[in-house]
Design a protein around this ligand. Structure first.
Ligand code: DC
Length: 238
């Protein structure tokens, strides 16, 4: 296939990896560079968790979560320059990043019915993305988009991930004790996300592994953008 033919195939870039590997920042920047839509699927699991907590569903009770998970209307805006997320029309982009949601999101995202529902929404977002989409999460390459144009598994050493998170939190004025607690929480969350039965965090057999520990943000973005253009032909931002 030459470049002109390939330009007609919808582009899906699947980016997976653990918390703190830089997935969101990198995925959004790659999408902006290539003129593609951007989907943060973690935000959808967080939005579902936020709704469960707001409606007093016991999130440790998988049956209760499964029964309720069809109710909230979750809408993701996929503009890479300003992604949005709403639940029943309410902007929840702030609250979904809070400690209550972060502490409970692994339990909610382990419930198979939650995943079925959100995977359907994720594929719907890709289907309407005009030029294609960069989707990031834990199971993009393995489950949601097995036929993706390019698959990337981003990693970074535990130390590098904890340090990046600490720098972000210090800049927000968070104290060192809380930063240490959040680092421990991140390790727990990754263990839970990697060991769950349904769609655990895993590298797809055909994903390219990119270790970001020693790379700058620009180097990671360049690496992924080059990989996508190698697979899809040249994409120029609109
Ligand atoms: O990327 P994040 O930290 O915002 O994701 C929040 C949680 O959602 C994470 O603990 C695992 C879960 N998640 C998932 O199970 N599958 C995805 N595709 C994305 C996120």
């Amino acid at each position: 296939m030459d470049t002109a033919d390939r330009a007609h195939v919808p582009v899906v870039v699947a980016i997976d990896g653990p918390s703190g590997s830089g997935k969101s920042t990198v995925s959004r920047a790659v999408a902006a560079r290539l003129g593609l839509s951007f989907l943060d699927t973690g935000a959808m699991y967080r939005a579902m968790t936020w709704w469960m907590l707001a409606n007093e569903v016991d999130v440790e009770d998988a049956d209760a979560v499964a029964t309720a998970c069809g109710k909230p209307v979750i809408v993701s805006g996929t503009d890479a320059d300003g992604p949005t997320i709403t639940v029943d029309g309410q902007d929840v982009s702030g609250p979904i990043r809070g400690p209550e949601v972060t502490a409970k999101v692994s339990a909610v995202s382990a419930v198979p019915q939650v995943r079925v529902r959100l995977v359907e929404l994720q594929r719907g977002c890709a289907a309407v993305a005009l030029r294609g989409i960069v989707a990031e999460g834990r199971d993009m390459g393995t489950v949601v988009f097995p036929e993706a144009t390019a698959k990337v598994f981003l990693t970074a050493s535990e130390a590098a991930r904890a340090e990046r998170r600490a720098v972000e939190l210090r800049a927000k004025g968070v104290d060192e004790a809380t930063i240490a607690e959040m680092a421990a929480d991140l390790v727990r969350r990754d263990a839970a996300d990697s060991s769950r039965v349904t769609a655990p965090l895993a590298q797809a057999a055909d994903a390219v592994l990119v270790d970001t520990s020693e790379l700058t943000l620009d180097q990671v973005i360049d690496t992924i953008a080059e990989l996508v253009e190698e697979r899809a032909g040249r994409l120029t931002a609109a």
